[in-house]
Design a protein around this ligand. Sequence first.
Ligand code: GAL
Length: 402
Amino acid sequence: MKQSAKKITAALLCMTMAAAFAGCGDYSEPAATTPDSTPTAESKNEEAPKEEAKDEAKTVGIAMPTKSLERWNRDGEYLKQQFEDAGYQVELKYSDNDTNQQNNDIQGMIADGVDLLLIVAIDGNALTQTLDDAKGANIPVIAYDRLIMNSDAVSYYVSFDNYTVGKLQGEFVRDQLKLDSEAGPFNIEFTAGDPADNNAGYFFNGAYDTLKEYIDSEKLVIPSGKKTFEQVATEGWSTDKALENMQNTLASYYSDGTVLDVALCSNDSTALGVAQAITSDYAGTNTPIVTGQDGDIANLRNIVDGIQTMTVYKNVSDEASVTLEVSKAILAGNTPDAGLLSSLSAEASYDTESYNNGVKNVPSYLLVPYVITKDSLQRLVDTGLYKWDSENKYLESTASTT
Ligand code: GAL
């Protein structure tokens, strides 16, 4: 019961977020649309007075990194909708992947007197002074998805088990290549994320640690020799930079006919560029395994077309629902702990030890990521955030065509 009610709610929320998820880098403000179907019992409930929201006048400031990466459009609009439905006001800012701008935007929210800040840091190390100011103004801070470093003003962290994201990618490669039984050797190249994003190291390490024994035994070979995070990081998680880096790698190490078996990419924005480089610049006739993360629409298309092999999915609606509950508790003057999870259907754990931001252990709610391949795309549809297109071939956002 709970599960299906949640799915219906997710679908309805999505329908009101028209155009927001339409595509990477193609964000526009959501149009005010109404579902054209007859209201169901559930949708009537959605419109009923929000008895749960005890602090109707309270405002939540949401600081997102950029509209140029698809997932933050999805998260930003989804969170905004959830908070507004719960009776809160929302100030939502995107800061163009520019750290100074994000500091200014958050300072603006502090000046506006928001009651709570939800922040996805562009640079996890660059918000210390601003968060001191938030603390001075008694505004609690939740680090959303990315941990904010060097600040005691961070009250909670809501994210996924990000090391597991990388581990799932590594295990996928191990299983696809049958590394425990095949002789190999196989060739692999890594593409990691933005060094300023605290998550990026977790993703890379999770994948690398899983594959290390095969790299050490030379069953997996890295022809470029680029095996450290620093060597394979991609500033800003940029698709264009990932494309350029892969083109350079292919030109330098694969133009002699060397076979590329795997391009292990930490997320979908980088996988998009890497897959493009392979399509245009790779001379081999095999189809390399390409990993990703996020379930971005263009990447799901590539998965259907066989250009990308998998993506690790982190359910936005689960991340948002945990965040909403944590926020409600804080705004009601309570101290959220593990007990908060008992009322939620999302699979998550509460961890007060693993995420130290350099100043304190930040109490963390960690959700569980999972692998999506061509054969399991329906699982995304089941979240309510995606639907099949009219040909039943590719996935679309449920918000993009209403
Ligand atoms: C990470 C996030 C990933 C990915 C990346 C680029 O922090 O956890 O899901 O989207 O940023 O936006």
